[in-house]
Design a protein around this ligand. Sequence first.
Ligand SMILES: Nc1nc2c(ncn2[C@@H]2O[C@H](COP(=O)(O)OP(=O)(O)O)[C@@H](O)[C@H]2O)c(=O)[nH]1
Ligand SMILES: [Mg+2]
Length: 194
Amino acid sequence: MNLQQVTFEASYGTAPQLPASDLPEIVFSGKSNVGKSSLINKFFNRRNLARVSAVPGKTTTVNFFRVEDVRFADLPGYGYAKRSKAEMERWSGLMDGYFSGGRNIALVVQLLDMRHAPTGDDKVMLNFLTETGLPFAVALTKCDKLKSGERKKQSAYFADLPALAAAKAVIETSAETGEGMDALKELIEKTLAQ
Ligand SMILES: Nc1nc2c(ncn2[C@@H]2O[C@H](COP(=O)(O)OP(=O)(O)O)[C@@H](O)[C@H]2O)c(=O)[nH]1
Ligand SMILES: [Mg+2]
């Protein structure tokens, strides 16, 4: 898969707008500020791929990118505190619509901040992925922010975390240094080849 070939397809704000699932999808999920846009940009080696596609403000959309015969989906971040009730409802409708739409989801890449224990929302998401049996991997973000002792401690913590037991892999990543990007690409290619 040549990641340089990535193109932005479209953003969708409501579930009925989502186009038919005609390609295997790799999905990025995580709370706001976990580093999702940064990881996507680093992964594809594009400065502004994730941001330019997002409508300014705290708009929650599903953004699709395309590489050859694979679609990448960037889900709206959750856990952003200052959302109105109406926005929350639209968010959950969009997420429900995405996950219950019978889509060909090859892999969910669930982002978790490596510095902290999963939040309540993270746990809901991990539980959902586990219960539904969706194939998922965890990308621990911002690993560059941890000093080596702390990083070892957090590595061990996540390795033993029951909520991650069903994950295909737990990959430590940094959008600053690019660490973990090759491992993530390898995992995605392996998953798509199955
Ligand atoms: N040091 C460091 N900072 C990061 C990393 N990833 C994201 N950030 C910072 O975390 C903040 C949120 O990142 P962003 O990608 O916008 O998060 P999103 O809301 O999940 O899309 C920004 O200030 C980023 O510069 C990382 O790997 N290392
Ligand atoms: Mg973002």
